[in-house]
Write a protein that binds this ligand. Structure first.
Ligand code: GLC
Length: 622
């Protein structure tokens, strides 16, 4: 098989894979280090890292490599349901996660993203996104042996483990940072620094601000270095310098070591920021893609079962690039978060209108073959409204007005707001950034329960199920954020803990409410309605003819999203009414049945209650 034949994983020995994917690695490295005299040595060193990792790969994982080679699209089957949680707040520690596998299976989960669990900076650490060591588990959560054991348990239960690869930055107490501060030149070269504040100003005007209110600016002065360190995120998260090939070598070795402990999917954290170039916004640069492509080639050579997933919170126009387009098809990430779907869905819910959502989704480039989206409604971060801008949909819009509207709406500040969210990182004069809040609270459950209003509670539950039905019907892996399957609310008290230093995202990162989970079997309870709704969708999804993106997307009537999969064979149609008012929607010719209720012999048109979503399959027989 030629290296151009993408997606299919080889099952031969290391040398065969090196022959196959070596040219991809070389090409990616050319874009980064091609002008250097030691280019061949850089390439050889990386091959050596891959070779050692391959030699150390445990036999069960080699077997997995072979199985995946026979079925390269294994992660794109419609039964793929993901779940994302923090280890401590879901179970306590890594070992205890094993005790929760039955719960995950009950929900239909077969992909588990554990938020950062590697050794993290004490005190403030951005929820573990400030890594102190890539080779140690945070002691409170377990150790590397626990990780390998858990990964094995999950694998045996048919669940793939996903972990973050913090590839853009380390914590300021990582050994590399400490040695840099101690004056060791090789480690100083691991980080991006400039000497004077004036130099920072040569970059700043072009850069965005991720934590504009709590950590303004992109540089932090370090007295020990007597230099300004590039810190895109918090001041204690030091951006790595990939112009130094040693950094790529370290990151590749760290990734492959985790892969050999059983991590099957790597979430490439902050992928757009990996390369910086004066005069640019330092996001989505070709070299950032080349770094990812190098990691992909190395994984394909040393641990071919591994998948890469891009965390790129960027407008739709740039997003698909992370799945590898044109000559890079099949050579970059296998998966990427579908931020466009997520934000447009929330905008549709606030506006009670699905037209912009349909227009935006229809304008999105399709994922290349052998790649797919990770569809989600909520994650551990804020809903970043910044991605709603030109390119999110085909027509001209007043995007700034839309961003401002949704931000206010989900902060409960609009006349028709039903939710209890909060604005995130809003600064004076720069009104919009993101929204924090759990799925249930943003869908109005918190306010409705406070009022003890049964009608409002019912509407909130319908909104939760509507948002989930759309995300699960899009294609790719459908990801559930911990607690959303129970209608878990915001946790304002938890978010006030001093160690979170006012980071508003902790509003929706409270501990898993296992008492609420126990109510999932109490008929009529909110937890039971939400959980059984999620569970039924996860189950029904397995037999839907879902491609990696819908074949057709439109709105009609304006409040109803119509999303269709399947061409000539079986057809699947999602109808989702984003308005509180009932409406009628036409059905395409033929007889349809409801894939969830099994109601059959539907034709011509269908009545949709307010916030109703229907999953319809052509043909009246189950
Ligand atoms: C990613 C994470 C976010 C974190 C940031 C910096 O965006 O999702 O939680 O704050 O990276 O690591």
């Amino acid at each position: 098989m030629a290296s151009e034949e993408v997606g299919a994983l080889p099952d031969g020995p290391f040398e065969q894979r090196a022959d196959q994917f070596g040219p991809d690695l070389r090409r990616a490295l050319q874009a980064l280090y091609g002008a250097r005299g030691d280019f061949e040595a850089i390439l050889a060193r990386l091959m050596c890292i891959a070779q050692s990792a391959s030699a150390e790969r445990p036999s069960e994982l080699r077997a997995l490599d072979r199985a995946r080679a026979r079925d390269p699209d294994w992660f794109l089957t419609p039964d793929r349901i993901g779940y994302s949680c923090y280890v401590d707040r879901f179970a306590g520690d890594l070992r205890a996660i094993g005790g929760r596998i039955d719960y995950l299976r009950e929900l239909g989960v077969n992909y588990l993203h554990l938020l950062p669990f590697l050794k993290m900076r004490p005190g403030q650490n951005d929820g573990g996104f400030a890594v102190s060591s890539y080779r140690e588990v945070e002691p409170a959560l377990g150790d590397m042996a626990d990780l390998a054991q858990l990964a094995g348990q999950l694998r045996a239960a048919g669940i793939s483990l996903c972990a973050d690869l913090l590839c853009n930055h380390t914590s300021d107490d990582h050994e590399w940072a400490l040695r840099a501060k101690a004056g060791e030149a090789p480690f100083r070269a691991y980080y991006l620094t400039v000497e004077t504040e004036a130099e920072t100003q040569e970059f700043e005007p072009h850069l965005s601000q991720v934590f504009a209110a709590s950590a303004p600016g992109n540089f932090t002065y370090c007295p020990q270095l007597r230099r300004w360190v590039w810190t895109t995120f918090y001041p204690y998260q030091w951006d790595l310098n990939y112009a130094n090939p040693a950094v790529l070598q370290e990151m590749a070795a760290a990734m492959l070591n985790l892969a050999n402990h059983g991590v099957e999917v790597f979430r490439l954290d902050s992928a757009p920021f990996l390369w910086k170039q004066k005069g640019s916004d330092c996001q989505n640069l070709p070299q950032a893609h080349a770094i990812i492509q190098a990691l992909r080639a190395l994984a394909a050579i040393a641990a071919p079962a591994v998948l890469l997933k891009a965390e790129a919170i960027v407008p739709a126009a740039q997003l698909v690039d992370y799945l590898g387009i044109g000559p890079s098809a099949g050579k970059e990430c296998h998966l990427a978060y579908n931020t466009n779907l997520m934000t447009l869905q929330w905008a549709a819910l606030a506006r009670g209108n699905a037209e912009l959502l349909a227009e935006g989704l229809a304008a999105m480039p399709r994922p290349p073959e052998h790649t797919g989206w990770l569809s989600y409604v909520r994650c551990h971060d804020d809903i970043g409204w910044g991605v709603l801008r030109a390119g999110s949909a085909s027509k001209q819009r007043d995007w700034a007005a839309l961003r401002s509207f949704v931000s206010q709406f989900y902060a409960g500040e609009s006349e028709n707001s039903f939710d209890s969210g909060a604005v995130f990182e809003v600064t004076k004069g720069q009104a919009v950034h993101g929204t924090s809040g759990s799925l249930a609270s943003l869908c109005g459950l918190e306010r409705a329960q406070m009022k003890e209003d049964r009608g409002e509670i019912d509407l909130a539950v319908r909104r939760i199920l509507l948002m989930t039905a759309v995300s699960m019907a899009f294609g790719g892996i459908a990801l559930i954020n911990m607690g959303d399957e129970l209608g878990q609310l915001n946790h304002a008290e938890f978010a006030r803990a001093p160690r979170f230093d006012g980071d508003g995202r902790w509003l929706h990162r409270g501990p898993m409410d296992w008492n609420l989970a126990a109510q999932r079997h109490e008929p009529g309870s909110v937890a039971a309605r939400v959980f059984s709704g999620f569970q039924a969708m996860a189950k029904a999804r397995a037999i839907l003819p879902l491609a990696n993106a819908p074949a057709r997307i439109e709105a009609g009537p304006p409040s109803v999203l119509r999303l269709c999969h399947g061409q000539n064979g079986q057809q699947f149609l999602l109808l989702a009414n984003f308005s509180s008012l009932p409406t009628q929607a036409d059905l395409p010719a033929g007889r349809w049945r409801d894939a969830l209720s099994q109601e059959s012999a539907l034709h011509d048109s269908i009545n949709l209650e307010g916030y109703a979503a229907r999953w319809l399959l052509q043909g009246s027989e189950p």
